[in-house]
Design a protein around this ligand. Structure first.
Ligand code: 5GP
Ligand code: MN
Length: 322
């Protein structure tokens, strides 16, 4: 693959940080998704195979749909309070790494490897490429160029993140490079059948019923649509909040719809908003509201004491997107 994204200087710096570290921690954002876990577990495995003691800092319960991933035993809550090198992956703001913020403060060195717009984490090295569709693609580039072997399991992990963040190789962020990298990961033994059947052919019927319910309650307004995933709905259908993952993109993909918004009630007054668009840059709106993300997929939080009020705030934000 000829067109690589990371500068030679940054790559060298990363290599020297890795070489100098006896202990390495890898951390990503809370509410882990496919690219987050694929890149963290994949890089950690590559570094362990290279002889480096590497842990992945685990924050939350992992949603059931991702529990098929290999190496989850390395996603641990039993992490150190500092590392020689902490690698912060797939996160553009410090508050995204939740309980691990003190680890970032205490670790000797930190490096960010990310593909979100407008990264704001202070660190010793920033490898940030918003034109990359997935952090997993950047990890692939790092491993290839530093000649760190990608074994079968690492290939499966990296392939997973590319599949999920490109919407199965369909979103506009999918490039020729992406497909070539995916092809190379297959050559290295990525198990695409295993990934496909687990990610996309294993949906519990109750999750489909939950999605249908959320979609049936969606409010349509000209070229945009607003939906709510309440804690009540989650418990009524006996699912997890992460099971509404696809609702925002299903609604966005409808004829005549440009932007979708999904409000998720997390409890303790926190509501997470997922935004999806076809052409409009919705990352601006997410950033204005304290969040971030990508041009066509972004998110932010609203804090309020009632679902109704949070929904009203969210609707206003949606109506006002230019
Ligand atoms: P999702 O809607 O799937 O939670 O997130 C879509 C994209 O927006 C992801 O790339 C995610 O990392 C980003 N994102 C979601 N919520 C936040 C947030 O609160 N802050 C920031 N900086 N990014 C977010
Ligand atoms: Mn990502």
């Amino acid at each position: 693959i000829k067109k690589m994204k990371i500068s030679g200087e940054n790559l060298e710096k990363l290599k020297s940080l890795i070489d100098a570290a006896a202990t390495i921690g890898v951390v990503s954002h809370v509410n882990p998704d496919g690219d987050n876990l694929g890149s963290s577990l994949g890089l950690a495995r590559i570094l362990r195979n290279h002889g480096k003691k590497t842990q992945v800092i685990g924050h939350d319960e992992i949603d059931d749909y991702l529990k098929f991933l290999p190496d989850l035993k390395y996603y641990t809550k039993d992490y150190k309070d500092s590392y020689d090198l902490l690698l912060i992956l797939d996160a553009s703001e410090m508050d995204r790494i939740g309980d691990a913020i003190p680890v970032a403060k205490k670790s000797k060195m930190t490096a960010v490897i990310d593909h979100h717009l407008g990264g704001k984490i202070e660190s010793d090295l920033n490898i940030i490429h918003p034109d990359s569709p997935a952090t997993c693609e950047l990890i692939y580039e790092i491993a290839s160029r530093l000649e760190l072997p990608i074994d079968k399991t690492s290939a499966t992990l990296l392939y997973t993140g590319i599949v999920t963040d490109t919407g199965r190789f369909l979103y506009s962020n999918t490039s020729k490079d992406t497909l070539e990298i995916a092809g190379h990961l297959l050559e290295l033994g990525a198990d695409k059948e295993y990934i496909y059947t687990n990610l996309y052919q294993n949906k519990p019927i109750k999750v489909l019923q939950f999605e249908n319910y959320l979609i049936s309650k969606a409010e349509f307004m000209t070229d945009r649509v607003f939906a709510v995933s309440s804690a009540d709905a989650v418990s009524k259908f006996d699912v997890q909040m992460g099971d509404c993952e696809h609702v925002a993109s299903v609604l966005r993909d409808l004829e005549g719809i440009e932007i979708s918004m999904l409000l998720k009630e997390y409890g303790n007054g926190e509501y997470k908003v997922s935004l999806r668009s076809k052409n409009v840059d919705i990352s601006k709106t997410a950033r204005e509201n304290g969040g971030g993300g990508h041009i066509n997929a972004s998110g932010f939080s609203i804090f309020d004491n009632s679902l109704e009020q949070a929904a009203e705030k969210a609707r206003e934000i949606l109506k006002n997107i230019q």
